[in-house]
Design a protein around this ligand. Structure first.
Ligand SMILES: NC(=O)c1ccc[n+]([C@@H]2O[C@H](COP(=O)([O-])OP(=O)(O)OC[C@H]3O[C@@H](n4cnc5c(N)ncnc54)[C@H](OP(=O)(O)O)[C@@H]3O)[C@@H](O)[C@H]2O)c1
Length: 326
């Protein structure tokens, strides 16, 4: 009796202590400002935020001619001016940044303005490979701007528990980048494959990424101060080719690329300050035999975010149809 009583006391004490050190519960999120909402992934994010019932404000550069769907408030801003940003962030609960790659470093000013305006959650422009594991690598050097921004958010959240962030790794944009991912040459009936073509990599359709962002904001407490990985699927080159062959009735000849050559090419370019090094380094990161960068079941946030899996065959069918191959 005494023993079970002490177990209950310990359990209650544990519950009390752990609730004290957690991030304070966030009020439900309503107002979401999106940066880069006119871009490749930004459009899908805006669409899915609207579909999930959030009130969306799109920030866009004064010089921009971007257009946005009905129902989106639009604010022109100067990303270098804290005052311009702070004014635009007034009343916003969240900022989602899907800003273009060359502008990721400028997010520091955007974060400072968001915090000053009382924004409670910042989602930085990640949406690619998991930058938290790129330290000490050549590709990590190119992605150092993104890494520094997540570090900065982490620092801010530690000194002010009201400030929270969520990073999202999505792997390759599958439906957007399949031409490059699969390198299928329909005219010459050839495909370009790295190493054996069996390595699985992380990939997400744009709509899936939009849904992931909306779901993060529907689960603010579970996603606070976390770097999450999502994927429509983990897939290999050979699996893609098999589906393309099956759907088109075409047999392709494989043109094989050695991943070590990609690394050499990437490092050579990088040593000359040529950032086109990113592509070969990215291909090696994802496709080389044994890299192991597919999302492992225990590391995936798909379940937490209640995201239904996309179907590989249907995704490829849509791509082939769009390109007039079906
Ligand atoms: N995983 C993948 O396969 C993959 C592929 C591509 C990109 N990404 C990543 O996804 C994120 C978004 O990339 P994206 O391709 O969707 O972006 P994007 O289409 O190139 O650009 C998004 C928006 O950013 C704004 N913008 C463009 N240049 C800017 C500048 N110099 N300064 C400030 N704003 C600028 C523009 O909006 P306004 O004109 O409205 O201002 C633009 O529509 C990035 O982090 C990128 O690295 C991942």
């Amino acid at each position: 009796m005494l023993r079970s009583l002490s177990v209950i006391v310990v359990a209650l004490l544990w519950y009390y202590l752990s609730s004290r050190i957690q991030v304070p519960n966030m009020a439900p999120i309503k107002n979401v400002a999106v940066i880069g909402g006119s871009g490749n992934v930004g459009k899908a994010i805006v669409q899915e935020l609207l579909a999930a019932g959030f009130v969306v404000t799109a920030l866009t550069r004064s010089s921009s001619s971007s257009t946005f769907p009905d129902g989106v408030k639009v604010k022109k801003v100067d990303y270098e001016s804290i005052d311009s940003l702070k004014e635009a962030f007034g009343g916003q609960d969240v900022v989602v940044s899907a800003i273009a790659t060359p502008a990721v470093q400028g997010q520091k000013t955007i974060i400072d303005a968001a915090i000053a305006a009382g924004v409670k959650r910042f989602i930085p422009s990640e949406f690619g490979i998991n930058t938290r594991i790129t330290g000490g690598t050549a590709i990590g050097k190119i992605l150092s701007g993104k890494v520094a921004i997540v570090d900065y958010l982490d620092e801010k959240s530690k000194s002010n528990p009201e400030v929270t962030w969520t990073g999202v790794s999505t792997g390759l944009f599958f439906d957007w980048g399949l031409d490059n991912i699969a390198s299928v040459d329909f005219d010459n009936k050839t495909v370009r494959v790295v190493d054996s073509g069996n390595e699985k990599f992380q990939a997400s359709n744009l709509k899936y990424i939009g849904k992931a962002v909306a779901s993060i904001l529907k689960h603010p407490d579970q996603t606070a101060n976390k770097y999450l990985s999502v994927a429509s699927f983990n897939v290999s080159h050979n699996e893609i080719i098999k589906v393309v062959e099956e759907l088109t009735g075409t047999t392709f000849t494989v043109d094989r690329v050695d991943s070590e050559e990609l690394q050499k090419l990437g490092e050579e370019k990088l040593s000359k300050g040529d950032f086109s090094a990113f592509l070969p380094l990215l291909q090696r990161w994802n496709f080389a035999d044994g890299k192991g960068h597919a999302v492992k079941p225990g590391d995936s946030a798909d379940e937490l975010l209640e995201l239904p899996k996309d179907d590989l065959k249907e995704s490829i069918r849509a791509w082939l149809t769009k390109n007039g191959r079906l």
